[in-house]
Design a protein around this ligand. Structure first.
Ligand code: 5AD
Ligand code: SF4
Length: 440
């Protein structure tokens, strides 16, 4: 690799989950602290960080095509850093196959990004995919300006080893960040303008502090921050929904009535083959207990169709579960074999046409479910946190307590928490009428 002048401008492109979005923001802050500036819209950056996702699809191919597309008209290219979960899983191969990549950095090592970039600029390609336990966060600069709704990663990694999933391999074992660090970061986020904080983790409800206390204790400490209006958390595993966390949905008024609780499939045989270590009944029991303390709570989930060996009858059980639970919103995916996971080597891989059919049927059922949930909210009054302008002039888009997208017109601004009446529902959003003018 030829030496280049130290980069002055950067761009971070994050793919995949919200934890990657959070990591991408923190990498940006790290580069800012080095005196670099984000490249202006439309301008070319000296450094491009591809913050990759490995969860599904041909993620690796995508990375190579993105790298190829970064080549400029005159044949030159920015300094390229590949970060995220593809970097972790395929770092050596990326270095071999893509000579234009200067830096490969895994999700647990990105606090070293500036040093790695400096190495690469000096002409020495640099790779760091070490996975030390959470040393990274202590090495990051403090949070800077953030939007009204901010992410806070509290826990990383996963010990569950669902047989389809790469996360335990790319993000490593479950590690919780310390209570005091998280409260301090929460304070900084609120000082920087956050009204809502979403606590993030692959298994966020497996978070424990040094004394073994659960997420409800962190939510309570954050709720004590006067400037903070809303607290959310995702993604949760059904087996980690403790009594304490369930009770927080009754006792903590800032904890929003929304629970993202993936189930993946509606058949006990498939769940066992997935190594989910819960059943349909135990999953439904968790939801019932949450609904008992917080009636009307919005439940969302993740589903995988076409797991190896899934029969038509087993898939039909997934559809029945959707109808029985009544989801507010959901994510649904075709099973995608991930290299190195047990399911990738299982018999009974499902044909693509069958996957397509099942996904369509599932998405139709989920749409019906969301529409029913949203329609039931019409006529209610609620607070909406404004996130951005809507498509039409004078229109605003924000989130209800139930994480519904709500749009309305009126005198308001981004970051305002306004009172509306919900007037019309679609499967993916609601129209509302502004009731209380935003404070001046
Ligand atoms: N194929 C399809 N979907 C997957 N997910 C995780 N691994 C796979 C895979 N191999 C989905 C699960 C999980 C979400 C984050 O991604 O539904 O909850
Ligand atoms: Fe993957 Fe299962 Fe862990 Fe979720 S709980 S990150 S699906 S292994």
């Amino acid at each position: 690799m030829r030496p280049v002048p130290p980069p002055q401008t950067y761009r971070v492109k994050s793919f995949g989950c919200q934890m990657n979005v959070y990591d991408g923001e923190r990498m940006g802050e790290l580069l800012d602290a080095q005196g670099m500036a984000p490249a202006a819209e439309g301008a070319e950056a000296d450094l491009v960080v591809l913050n990759t996702c490995h969860i599904r699809e041909k993620a690796v191919d995508r990375v190579y095509s993105d790298i190829g597309r970064l080549r400029r008209g005159d044949g030159s290219a920015p300094l390229i850093a590949v970060a995220g979960c593809v970097a972790q899983a395929q770092g050596d191969e990326i270095m071999r196959r893509a000579p234009s990549v200067g830096v490969v950095v895994g999700p647990q090592a990105y606090h070293r990004l500036p040093a790695l970039v400096a190495e690469a600029a000096a002409g020495r390609r640099a790779l760091d995919t070490d996975m030390p336990a959470a040393a990274k966060f202590a090495a990051l600069p403090p949070r800077r300006r953030v939007g009204a709704s901010a992410f806070l990663t509290v826990q990383e990694g996963c010990d569950k080893f669902c047989t389809y999933c790469v996360v335990p391999y790319t993000r490593g074992a479950e590690v919780s960040r310390p209570f005091a660090d998280l409260v301090a970061e929460g304070e900084r986020l609120v000082d920087a303008g956050a009204k809502e904080i979403t606590l993030l983790g692959q298994n966020v409800n497996a978070w424990r502090d040094e004394r073994g206390r659960g997420l409800e204790v962190l939510a309570e400490a954050l709720a004590a921050l006067p400037g903070l209006a809303r607290i959310r958390y995702m993604t949760s595993h059904p087996n980690d929904m403790t009594e304490g966390l369930i009770a927080a949905h009754r006792d903590n008024p800032k904890l929003m009535p929304f629970l993202h609780l993936p189930v993946q499939a509606g058949s006990d045989r498939v769940l066992a083959a997935m190594n989910r270590s819960h059943t349909v009944a135990s999953y439904r029991d968790v939801i019932e207990r949450v609904r008992a303390v917080r009636p009307g709570i919005a439940v969302s989930g993740d589903f995988i169709v076409g797991f190896p060996g899934e029969s038509d009858a087993e898939f039909a059980e997934t559809l029945r579960l959707v109808d029985a639970v009544g989801y507010a919103q959901c994510f649904s995916f075709k099973y995608s074999p991930r290299p190195g996971t047990p399911a990738a080597a299982m018999d009974g891989q499902i044909a693509p046409e069958v996957m397509d059919e099942r996904l369509q049927a599932l998405q139709a059922a989920l749409q019906r479910s969301s529409l029913a949930f949203n329609q039931a909210a019409v006529g209610q009054r609620c607070k909406v946190l404004i996130e951005r302008p809507g498509r039409r002039p004078g229109q605003w888009l924000g989130k209800s307590p139930w994480l519904q997208s709500v749009y309305f017109e009126g005198d308001a601004a981004i970051g305002d928490l306004v009172e509306v009446e919900l007037v019309e529902a679609g499967p993916n959003s609601l129209a509302a009428r502004l009731l209380v003018p935003a404070p001046a």
